[in-house]
Design a protein around this ligand. Structure first.
Ligand code: AMP
Length: 249
């Protein structure tokens, strides 16, 4: 069974993101880039399924600029068997990525696609859902547990009221939540091995997909600075301030 894992190259989660002075976007020049953390979780889950003998091949795919190759090499160091780069310099929106992944899924015929629940750069949380719709496959988002058995996947999801369990027939789409697993560290021998794994580069045109943006970014701005808080001497003062100043009680 083949598992496809889309991995996105994003600004590293430790970096403090800065907005460009002209307000056209965020500054990524000389900024450390890494694999989207939820995609590491997706790869880790795919690896666990492979190690348990339930999957035979893991294919990592990334859409974006040439440097996404590094993200794919990291994916292969975690354990993916091969990588596919869909190379483009276009600004990719979730719908465009979903269309690319749909075309690739048509070609690769995976039984399972595990995506991150969201990319930490745009926080869209859309690609997995759109891909499910385009493929017409069942989807389980925000997975905190995945069990693959008897031609179906059982997924426990974190929802507002607690945990929900869904059973999906294959092929299916799963998106990962933070608590699904703890990704392994990438070891040096595996980084060396990853360099020899196959990495194919294709273009959106090869998949017959038009990735022209449909959205126009009008402006990107820093959030307003929070004003300083005040220390109150006791609970009575706090309650009084909440009542008279904040007027929340
Ligand atoms: P988003 O809908 O942008 O929050 O992204 C959700 C998930 O879709 C990510 O965690 C990735 O698994 C996948 N994804 C989004 N953009 C890309 C991309 N450019 N290349 C590969 N996978 C992507």
């Amino acid at each position: 069974m083949k598992i496809l894992v889309p991995v996105k190259r994003v600004i590293d989660y430790n970096v403090k993101v800065r907005v460009k002075s002209d307000g056209t976007g965020v500054d990524i020049a000389n900024v450390k880039m890494s694999m989207n953390p939820f995609d590491e979780i997706a790869l880790e889950e795919a690896m666990r399924l492979k190690e348990a003998g339930k999957a035979t091949e893991i294919v990592a795919v990334s859409a974006g600029v040439t440097q996404c190759q590094e993200t794919l090499r990291t994916g292969m160091a975690i354990g993916a068997d091969r990588g596919v780069l869909i190379e483009t310099t276009a600004e990719l929106e979730p719908l465009a990525v979903a269309k690319l992944l749909k075309a690739l899924a048509d070609r690769e015929q995976p039984q399972l696609i595990i995506l991150g629940k969201q990319a930490i750069d745009d926080d869209s949380n859309q690609t997995g859902q759109m891909l499910g719709a385009l493929l017409g496959w069942p989807q389980a988002t925000f997975a905190s547990k995945v069990v693959l058995e008897d031609g179906k996947v059982t997924v426990t999801r974190e929802v507002d009221g607690g945990l929900e369990t869904l059973s999906l027939s294959l092929p299916a789409i799963v998106t990962t939540d933070l608590r699904l697993n703890e990704p392994r560290y990438v070891t040096l021998p595996n980084i060396m091995k990853a360099k020899k794994k196959p990495l194919e580069t294709i273009k959106p045109e090869d998949l017959g997909v038009d990735v022209t943006p449909r959205l126009k970014t009008l402006k990107v701005a820093e959030p307003a600075k929070r004003s300083a808080g005040v220390m109150v001497p006791d609970v009575a003062t706090l309650v009084s301030k909440l009542r008279t100043e904040a007027k929340v009680i």
